[in-house]
Design a protein around this ligand. Structure first.
Ligand code: RFL
Length: 385
């Protein structure tokens, strides 16, 4: 496994527990992967995959079930009880870095080996029966390891996908959006018990949940925006204005935990998710914007699917699951992409386009008043299930 993110670690645990020799190579330190804040919201497919593999203890103990979300539109708040519209299926809020720490512990307990702090990872002989990985260890030794399969789980900017010859994968890219989201992480108790999507004439603002001491916020900004132009005072001022509601509600402020960053809303898929004996999983195979909170969930389920396919190939000489792997994972990922696209259409404000804004008003009014619209929202919000 190249990469000790959620995709690589889930794959590694599932394989190690089946008695298959594994090695995880991770560029960052253990301290870094176990403290890097990213996702918070996990959908039912990911939670089920973690449960199935006995990896959900931390999430069960400390995660918070999430059933409803709130929209703010024209200074009025309304709640969509999406779990009620989806037979009780819901999310769990659990910070990704805590899950990564749980997965590292589970993998080591299963006898797995991780090299943290590796550099200069190079992949070779990917179409042979014995693909190889060469890397430099944290203490400067170059090593080469031959294997039966390599799992490329090194995120969107990793080396795995880049080792595949030009032209072997299709790149399916969404055209650029005019908007991005400024992602902000603050040390402050959430001012809400449910995610808030604020749609205001100044643009979108989101109040997300992480844990009882930490909140994530998003602000819609121009795709060309520079995070340096967003000091804390400006961020809070804008959050107050965009989340304002005609009710007794206060937004609590707190120190920013990291510099804000601009997250573009572009999406790209690389298909198929396999080249010879290199199999891609998670963000290494795609970029789905974090708007609908799908990336980590997809990566977890990819990791499990990959491991089961490799186990079938190695234990039973059955390559059918491996041959189906890409199609199965892509089916889920495109569903998630559709949900992400719909959510962005619902909450991002086309500031200079009154026609689009009137349609957005209608979409939000339908979501508030129509059970059919709420059920449709719930289906997307929780997909893939
Ligand atoms: P990761 O988590 O990026 O892990 C890849 C790992 O590979 C390592 N690496 C290398 N290792 C060895 N050699 C190399 N050359 C390497 N290059 C990289 C990296 O150090 C890293 O440890 O990929 P993975 O496992 O595919 O997981 C994907 C998810 O992390 C990602 O999709 C989510 O974080 C997206 N996302 C969210 N997803 C959700 O499901 N729910 C959410 O609420 C949610 N919120 C978010 C998010 C992503 C965000 N950012 C930072 C873009 C919120 C934000 C702000």
């Amino acid at each position: 496994m190249i990469g000790a993110g959620v995709a690589g670690l889930v794959a590694a645990v599932v394989l190690a527990r089946r008695g298959i020799d594994t090695l995880v190579l991770e560029a960052a330190s253990r301290a870094r992967v176990e403290s890097r804040p990213r996702a918070g919201l996990l959908g039912p497919a990911a939670v089920d995959a973690l449960e199935r593999n006995g990896l959900a203890d931390g999430l069960r103990a400390e995660g918070a079930p999430h059933h409803n979300c709130e929209f703010r539109h024209r200074r009025r708040a309304f709640v969509v009880e999406y779990a009620r519209h989806a037979g009780g299926h819901h999310h769990v809020v659990y910070p990704q870095q805590k899950l990564v720490a749980d997965l590292v512990a589970a993998y080591l307990a299963a006898g797995g080996v991780i090299e943290f702090g590796v550099t200069d990872v190079m992949l070779d002989a990917l179409t042979s029966d014995h693909p190889a990985v060469s890397f430099v260890t944290a203490d400067g030794q170059r090593q080469t390891v031959e294997s039966r399969f390599i799992a490329g789980c090194d995120g969107h900017h990793g080396v795995s996908r880049g080792s595949i010859p030009e032209g072997a994968l299709r790149h399916i890219r969404q055209r650029d959006s005019a908007w991005a989201w400024l992602a902000v992480l603050a040390a402050v108790t959430p001012s809400t018990d449910k995610i808030i999507y604020g749609v205001s004439p100044r643009g979108f603002a989101g109040h997300m949940l992480r844990d009882h001491r930490t909140s994530r916020f998003y602000l819609q900004v121009e795709a060309t925006a520079d995070a340096a132009d967003w000091p804390a005072e400006r961020i809070w001022e804008e959050l107050h204005a965009r989340l304002a509601v005609d009710a007794d509600w206060q937004l609590a402020e707190g120190p920013l935990l990291e510099p804000p960053n601009v997250i573009t809303m572009d999406s790209v898929f690389y298909e198929p998710m396999r080249f010879g004996r290199l199999i891609l999983a998670g963000d290494a195979a795609r970029r789905v914007p974090p708007a609908a909170a799908k990336g980590a969930g997809l990566a977890i389920v990819d990791g499990e699917t990959l491991a089961l396919a490799v186990a079938a190939a190695l234990h039973d000489a059955d390559e059918r699951p491996l041959n189906a792997y890409s199609e199965v994972c892509l089916g889920r990922a495109w569903l998630a992409q559709e949900a992400s696209t719909k959510l962005l259409q619902l909450v991002n404000v086309e500031l200079a386009d009154p026609f689009a804004r009137r349609l957005q008003d209608v979409r939000l009014d339908r979501l508030r008043t129509s059970p059919v619209a709420a059920a449709e929202f719930a289906d997307h919000y929780l997909s893939p299930r």
